[in-house]
Every structure is written in structure tokens, then in C-alpha cells.
Design a protein around this ligand. Structure first.
Ligand SMILES: *Cc1c(COP(=O)(O)O)cnc(C)c1O
Length: 303
């Protein structure tokens, strides 16, 4: 830290200067925004004397993986409450288990009510005392961690761009901006217009203020979470050919496609310098841990 800031030259940008904030390089096991989002929550958990972290996620959640890895590194026991009555298991969850995480499955209907006090009380009764980290890590403390990214940018800029999952990262970035600067997020899930209210709620809870320096563009989900489209695939292939940089297809590529489309259609108005936050790598870790990857593959296929 701070993560590198590198300029990308691309003829399609016209007069826009594009800088990539390479948060994907922060740490091989909990890269990017996941580390920024967890940092102050882990400090708070430690200060409160908690020994176990509990959090929520889907079977392919990067956040679940990041909490498991952070727990192992920092000496917390971890519990992952996973959505799905069919008890999904895959390489991503296998890595979390390898990091010592205990998995607890709940059905989709209960998962939807996971913030209700009755569900939380049930989890406490069943799984013991724990420090709760919300889905995607998007607690007020996460916003403060993400806001810090802005102070790491050493030159003037007009616009920050990022992918949007739960909105915590965008909400935090927005809080770090100076007057006149804006953040534009691209939602990677379909039908999540409610996120705009969620971002307002998160910001109000964190700072007591409501900011109007942010926008979420809901047009580039490419079919929904982890879905792909021909246009997205083509964009990724072309981008790699031009820049030798393979974009993460779940989050980063959709935001980059959105940005390049908006620039082509002249939708951004007059912007000079844009900082694009590369929130994560194309695939969490794996490359750095070939032996563990092999062992894991063997175990997953034997289930
Ligand atoms: C989790 C994740 C996001 C989404 O962040 P939110 O704060 O939930 O919006 C974006 N990019 C990558 C690479 C992620 O892993």
C-alpha cells in the first residue's frame, strides 16, 4: 500500500486520461476492496475481544474467501453462513475451509431475512458468540477503509469509476472525494435498483450525511451476477490483446465495458482525468498456491 496508479493509453479514450488504481495487487489472498473493507472491522473485532468472525455469502463469494483468509492470518476463528439449501461446494468454498472456516448453510428464504433479529438470534444460539460482518463486508467501518483509497491518488482527477456489488466500495469512495469530484459505479447484478437506497443508508449510518456525488449505472450487468454476454467476452478478449491485461469477468470487466461505452457515446460530459479502481484480480489467489490448488481439486472432485 498504496497500490500502484498506472496510466492506460487507448485510442478509444479520446481526450480522457485514464488511470488504473491497481488494488488487485494489494495482497494475493484478500486483494483489493475486500482488504480495504475488512481492515477496520477486524481492528474493531479485536478491540472488542471477539475470537470468532461470522459472515454471509453465496457459494462463489470473494468476500467469504477473504474473511476466511483474513481470519487465518489474524488469528480469528471464522464461520461462513452460505446461501443455499442444496449445500453447494466448490473450489472457492474449499479454499475457505482450508483456511479454517466453518461453513453453515441456510435456505434461501432464511438467507433473505439474515438481518432480522430473529435470524441473528438463531445463528447466535446455534453457532455461538461472534463478531458479525455483513454480506459483502459492507458495514460502516468498510466505507472508511474504502474512502482512504482516494487520499492515495497523488494527482488531480474528476471522476472515479468502480464496479458495484453491494455498493459499500462506491459508498466509501464517495465519502473520500473533494467537492467537484464524482464517483460512477457500474452494477454487476441485474435488478438491483434498490442499491441506490442501500448506499444512501450506508452513508447516513457512517457519516450522518447524504452525498450526491455518486451515480450507479445499471445497464452493464450483462445478464446478471457472474453471467456473461457475447459483447462482454469480445470486450475482454480485445482488451487483453490491446493491453495484455486480462480483466476479471465478474466485476472489473463489466465496469470497464460500461466506462468505454459511456465514453464512446459521449455520456460523461467534460471529464479530463478518470481513475478506474481495479477492485480485484481475475481469479482470487490460486496462482500463488499451486500445491494447495492441486490438493483442493482432488478433494473437491472426490465429494
Ligand atoms: C466484492 C467485489 C466488488 C464489489 O464491491 P462492493 O463493495 O460489494 O460493491 C467489486 N470488485 C471485486 C473484484 C470484488 O471482489
Amino acid at each position: 500500500m498504496p497500490s500502484p496508479l498506472v496510466e492506460l493509453s487507448d485510442e478509444r479514450l479520446g481526450s480522457v486520461r485514464l488511470l488504473l488504481k491497481r488494488d488487485d495487487l494489494i495482497h494475493p489472498e484478500f486483494p483489493g476492496n475486500k482488504w480495504r473493507k475488512l481492515k477496520y472491522q477486524l481492528a474493531d473485532a479485536r478491540q472488542r475481544g471477539a475470537s470468532t468472525l461470522l459472515t454471509f455469502g453465496g457459494a462463489y463469494s470473494n468476500h467469504i474467501r477473504a474473511v476466511a483468509a483474513a481470519g487465518r492470518h489474524m488469528g480469528f476463528a471464522t464461520i461462513g453462513v452460505i446461501r443455499g439449501e442444496e449445500q453447494p461446494f466448490n473450489e472457492s468454498l474449499a479454499l475457505a475451509v482450508e483456511d479454517g472456516m466453518r461453513l453453515h448453510y441456510i435456505d434461501r428464504a432464511t438467507y433473505r431475512r439474515k438481518s432480522d433479529s430473529t435470524v441473528l438470534a438463531m445463528l447466535r444460539a446455534e453457532l455461538g458468540e461472534h463478531y458479525l460482518i455483513p454480506e459483502g463486508g459492507s458495514a460502516p467501518a468498510a466505507l472508511l477503509g474504502c474512502a482512504e483509497l482516494i487520499a492515495e491518488i497523488p494527482e488531480p482527477f474528476d471522476l472515479v469509476v468502480c464496479p458495484v456489488g453491494t455498493g459499500g466500495t462506491l459508498a466509501g469512495l464517495s465519502m473520500g472525494l473533494s467537492p467537484g469530484q464524482r464517483v460512477l459505479g457500474y452494477a454487476v447484478l441485474r435488478g438491483v435498483e434498490y442499491l441506490d437506497d442501500e448506499i444512501v443508508r450506508l452513508q447516513r449510518e457512517t457519516s450522518g450525511r447524504i452525498l450526491s456525488n455518486w451515480t450507479v449505472d445499471h445497464r452493464f450487468h450483462c445478464g446478471g451476477f457472474a453471467r456473461r454476454s457475447a459483447a462482454l467476452d469480445e470486450f475482454i478478449t480485445d482488451f487483453e490483446r490491446r493491453h495484455g491485461f486480462l480483466l476479471d469477468r465478474v466485476y472489473v470487466a463489466k465496469a470497464m465495458l460500461g466506462l468505454f461505452t459511456c465514453i464512446a457515446q459521449n455520456e460523461l460530459g467534460t471529464v479530463g482525468t478518470v481513475v478506474f479502481v481495479v477492485t480485484g484480480p481475475k481469479e482470487l489467489d490460486v496462482a500463488g498456491r499451486p500445491q494447495r490448488a492441486r490438493a483442493r481439486r482432488a478433494r473437491v472432485s472426490s465429494r
